[in-house]
Design a protein around this ligand. Structure first.
Ligand code: PRT
Length: 114
């Protein structure tokens, strides 16, 4: 189960589906479509990278919150939530990152027939 606060955010976003875009930012984002939401995720990620590069922890905290929030809306646009992401992370538990990367490039090579 996602952290209670992430679960609450997911539930709030779900509840905003079909709400009035004039009064709800989430409803406005959802009405703008997935491409625009994905673009916002990209913008927030870049802003987080800039804050981190500057070594500004306070700004990074704010930008990371914007990023996670917009990611939550993007996930919702495809019927997903943080529980799905956490399930995927749980599935990867105990698998070393580099071993997983090597396995993936092996799959890519096999697909290409190298
Ligand atoms: N966590 C958030 C949250 N974080 C950031 N934001 C909004 O995300 C926007 C991001 O800032 P930007 O500077 O990128 O946005 P902008 O310039 O307004 O955006 P664009 O014009 O570029 O689209 C701001 O308008 C913030 O208010 C959020 N809006 C909503 N939530 C949560 O969602 C809930 C539902 O919100 P409503 O749908 O508005 O009721 C709220 O109660 C919160 O829990």
């Amino acid at each position: 189960m996602a952290d209670d606060r992430l679960a609450r955010l997911t539930a709030t976003i779900r509840a905003r589906r079909g709400a009035d875009p004039d009064t709800s930012y989430v409803a406005r984002l959802l009405a703008q479509g997935r491409e625009r939401i994905a673009q916002k995720v990209g913008e927030e990620a870049v802003e987080a990278v800039i804050a981190a590069t500057r070594g500004d922890a306070q700004a990074l905290k704010g930008e990371a919150a914007d990023l996670v929030f917009h990611l939550a809306v993007l996930l919702d646009s495809l019927g997903l939530g943080f529980d799905d992401v956490l399930d995927e992370l749980e599935r990867r538990e105990g698998v070393a990152g580099l071993a997983e990367k090597a396995a993936r490039s092996g799959v890519s090579r096999a697909k290409r027939g190298d």
